[in-house]
Design a protein around this ligand. Structure first.
Ligand SMILES: Cc1ncc(COP(=O)(O)O)c(C=O)c1O
Length: 412
């Protein structure tokens, strides 16, 4: 086989992708055939493993091959079906998996974020910069009642200092609700925070030192990058697919070659891609964490908004060794203004709680009482279902208005 690709203008991974694709179309590679492992193919072709991985992911995007956990890559279609796939033009092409640099980099985003944030409040622009829910998603009467009941019943909480980890009834209701993510959490280990970002910041402090490398999705939410910048951490971007999220094989490769100290990711409805990691990949990540003794910081902020129950299940639900630090908040689902989040930091729980006490003390108990009431109300579950349906409807509208047909029909 000719392996001299270097003079051609097409990128190496595309060349490999086209070759394998041609073999599938010709029937030389048949449905169910196993492809050479990434390592083996890299050796055969004289390419970097990351290039082979990129080619395999591109073939997955074309639905020509599929990855099976711990078994490798297999041809997913027969030759006639492959030709059919090639003829079917998608309404709006799914962007390809991202191809970030292979090395870690220091993070320097705060100036850019400042510009984006000031543009976000400028009325001349439509803000795509932050995932801020609109006011109408949260019925004010429910919030007002919960706040006034908290004030009536717990005004005395204003006259003393609140202490971490937060009031026990709220930690209990959070533990009960975590069953919806497939997790059995001990309320004793849950810590109340000022929002998901504070939870993540505490976890990063607990598991890293300045200069450490943290693997993140590519692209990642700018708020996470800002925290990393403030802590002097280096970002190792892992290729991320817009549908299935962070590539676990690419992460595995990174763990073999780079000094990764932690992984930080948003497995459900990642910001900005909106990807949802399949269950198999979540299970694999928990296994990697265990085998590499690696902390995984899971941002589960959007889990409750995912329309599919499978997408609401947390990586934490597969964690048997306390390597997953689960962070979330109610900023997107109950009341953004209460700034109320939480974290269950597994084997780093005591350290995270100590950091919280040192850095910012406890949260405001009155707000914790109001949140306990909101989460415990019988209306909470129907309200959440309604919110999911509204968000899904808005997404469908956004999709329809950005499809090629819609833009062709728009008045000139
Ligand atoms: C992925 C992700 N994590 C965390 C946050 C911030 O969460 P909180 O407001 O609870 O701090 C956001 C906000 O947009 C987000 O998109």
């Amino acid at each position: 086989m000719d392996t001299s690709f270097s003079d051609a203008p097409t990128p190496l991974y595309r060349q490999l992708c086209d070759r394998v694709s041609a073999l599938i179309h010709s029937g030389a590679l048949r449905k169910g055939d196993k492809l050479a492992s990434v390592r083996e193919m890299a050796r055969q072709q004289g390419m970097a493993q990351s290039t082979v991985l990129q080619a395999y992911r591109a073939l997955e995007d074309r639905r020509l091959i599929e990855a099976r956990p711990r078994s490798g890559y297999f041809v997913a279609v027969s030759a006639p079906a492959a030709s059919k796939v090639a003829r079917r033009a998608p309404a709006l092409a799914v962007p390809a998996i991202t191809t970030p640099p292979a090395d870690s980099r220091s993070v320097d985003v705060s100036r850019l974020v400042e510009q984006v944030m000031s543009a976000a409040v400028d009325e001349r622009f439509i803000s795509f910069g932050a995932a801020c829910p609109t006011d109408d998603l949260f019925p004010p009467e429910r919030l007002r009642k919960a706040m006034s009941r908290a004030l009536q019943q717990h005004a005395d909480s204003l006259s003393h200092y609140p202490f971490a980890p937060g009031i026990r009834p709220l930690r209990e209701v959070i533990a009960r609700r975590a069953l919806g993510m497939g997790c059995t959490l001990d309320p004793e280990r849950i810590l109340i925070t000022n929002g998901c970002l504070e939870s993540i910041s505490l976890c990063l402090r607990a598991v890293t030192q300045p200069g450490d490398v943290v693997a993140i999705e590519s692209p990642a939410y700018f708020g996470l990058l800002q925290i990393m910048e403030s802590l002097g951490l280096r970002a190792l971007e892992i290729p991320t697919h817009p549908r299935t999220g962070l590539s676990v094989p690419a992460l595995q490769l990174a763990l073999d070659t780079q000094p990764v100290k932690a992984v930080l990711l948003v497995p459900t409805l990642s910001n900005p891609l909106g990807s949802v990691m399949p269950l198999g990949a979540r299970r694999e990540l928990a296994r990697l964490a265990r085998e590499h003794d690696l902390p995984i910081i899971e941002d589960a902020l959007y889990n409750d908004l995912c329309p599919r129950a499978e997408g609401r299940r947390a990586i934490k639900s597969f964690d048997t060794t306390g390597h997953v630090l689960l962070c979330s908040s109610y900023s997107k689902t109950v009341a953004p203004g209460l700034r109320l989040g939480w974290v269950e930091a597994g084997r780093w729980s005591s350290e995270v709680q100590r950091l919280k006490s040192t850095l910012s003390g406890g949260h405001t108990e009155l707000l914790e009482w109001a949140m306990t009431e909101l989460l415990d109300q019988v209306q909470h579950e129907p309200a959440l279902r309604q919110l999911r349906a509204t968000v899904a409807e808005r997404m469908a509208q956004a999709r329809a208005s950005s499809s090629p047909t819609a833009s062709r029909q728009a008045p000139a």
